[in-house]
Ligand binder design. Structure first.
Ligand code: G6P
Length: 431
């Protein structure tokens, strides 16, 4: 086995210690030799680089940690390239949320007009990164966490030859929660996980071949009922026991934007943006990271939404290197896994990690309501990718009006004009 180098694009992210921690914990099975952090932000690298180096030194020093603003240097010779960028930074996330508020639409970083704007900014940059990977590290696999992760992975799989796997922490979180509710470990649990990134359902849970779904759904109904009774009137929208009963599945948290759109729009209007909250958390984290005595991932990092993301990445890399044939939930072309859906569209499903990458496992057909939402949103994603890749403004407008979260046809032109204005110079061929 050759030594493994992992390059992290967006290595200046405050999430990086989480990833470094996960990689170091699997360094032997990975034969990890080097972690190279790449970021355009020197100041961030000057904090995250030394912290990652202290973490590696504490771990025995067998892993070299380097950092650079030169992407080609960071990528060169890597076996894995983790992409975790945010084009335009938190300021752009804030503007996306404001765009939603201005028009009474969802401005979340991965959903609604927020996710749409984020995709249009990010896809051109993600394609540039892939071109660098093809040039400087041929054969390397890109692990994409960059949001909106499903859309960005769709663009990379559709428009490049670089092996790309899209990842998210949600499948890990769901499995861990289900396991805890059943009093077993996550490894013991099999889930029928199906959908797109941030638009998925777990329809069946089994432990050692026994179907435990009714018990899990009953527990979820009880929990939602407890949450409801203690919830504040102006709190975040939550699932209700009736919703869980009707869905008959464990819904991805992000599906609340589709099933409780009005409540989310009201919540947004009455509360500060998530971007502003995250900016405060990040400022505190960066102060903490700068402490030369700090040699491990601090607990404060748990206040971010990305818990378990290092597990998703490091465990997948380990299984790719060791060729264990283990099963992971990933974003990958469908290839017949979800019946009736095109082979080449990216879906979020369980896949066996074979020598040639993920082989998605077939799942039973979707119920009509799930199928309808999934297909519609996949079409919205495909239109969005087309808009970003070809600079096609009509495709962008069609994506907007096809999204069940709006805008309506008569408002679309105004939303589009405002989006262009807010993102001038950041939209590749769209301006
Ligand atoms: C979850 C999602 C990620 C997202 C994160 C946001 O982990 O799956 O896609 O990036 O939450 O967390 P934040 O703390 O930035 O709001």
């Amino acid at each position: 086995m050759t030594h493994v180098k992992v390059c992290v694009i967006g290595g200046g992210s405050t999430y990086t210690p989480e990833l470094v921690d996960g990689l170091l914990r699997r360094r032997e099975v990975l034969d990890l030799h080097e972690i190279h952090l790449v970021d355009h932000d020197d100041a961030r690298l000057a904090v995250l680089g030394p912290l990652a180096a202290r973490m590696a030194a504490r771990d025995g020093g067998g892993v070299a940690v380097r950092w650079t603003t030169d992407r080609s240097v960071g990528i060169a010779g890597s076996r894995f390239v983790v992409s975790q960028i945010r084009v335009g930074g938190m300021a752009a996330r804030e503007r996306d949320e404001q765009l939603g508020r201005e028009f009474g639409l969802i401005g979340q970083e991965t959903v609604g007009v927020g996710g749409f704007a984020n995709a249009l900014r990010t896809i051109p940059v993600a394609l540039d990164i892939a071109a660098d990977v093809a040039r400087w590290a041929p054969g390397a696999t890109v692990l994409n966490f960059t949001n909106p992760a499903g859309l960005v992975t769709e663009a990379l799989c559709r428009h490049t030859d670089v092996p790309t796997i899209g990842l998210c922490n949600v499948p890990w979180t769901v499995k861990a929660r289900v396991a805890a509710s059943l009093g077993v470990t996550a490894e013991d649990v099999d889930v029928d996980y199906v959908g797109l990134n941030h638009l998925s359902w777990v329809r069946r849970v089994s432990v050692a071949g026994t179907d435990r779904t009714p018990e899990v759904l009953r527990g979820l109904e009880e929990r939602t009922s407890r949450v409801m009774s203690s919830a504040h009137a102006d709190g975040e929208p939550e699932w209700t026991p009736a919703a869980i009963r009707l869905l008959g599945a464990i819904p991805n948290y992000y599906l609340l934007y589709y099933y409780e759109t009005d409540a989310w729009v009201r919540f947004q209007a009455a509360h500060p943006t998530r971007a502003s909250a995250v900016q405060e958390i990040e400022a505190a984290l960066l102060r903490r990271y700068a402490d030369p005595e700090l040699t491990e991932k601090p607990v404060e990092l748990d206040s971010r939404g990305g818990a378990y993301y290092s597990e998703a990445a490091a465990a997948l890399m380990a299984d790719l290197v060791a060729g264990t044939g283990a099963v992971h939930v990933v974003n990958t072309p469908n290839r017949g896994a979800i019946p009736g859906l095109d082979a080449d569209v990216v879906v979020e499903v369980a896949a066996r990690i074979g020598p040639n990458g993920p082989e998605p496992l077939a799942v039973p057909p979707l119920r009509a309501d799930m199928d309808a939402l999934l297909r519609t949103m996949k079409d919205v994603e495909l239109l969005t990718v087309e808009a970003a890749v070809h600079g096609d403004a009509d495709a962008a407008l069609r994506a907007l009006v096809t999204n069940p979260l709006g805008p309506s046809m008569s408002a679309a032109a105004a939303v589009w004009a405002r989006l262009l204005e807010m993102n001038t110079g950041m939209l590749g061929r769209l301006g």
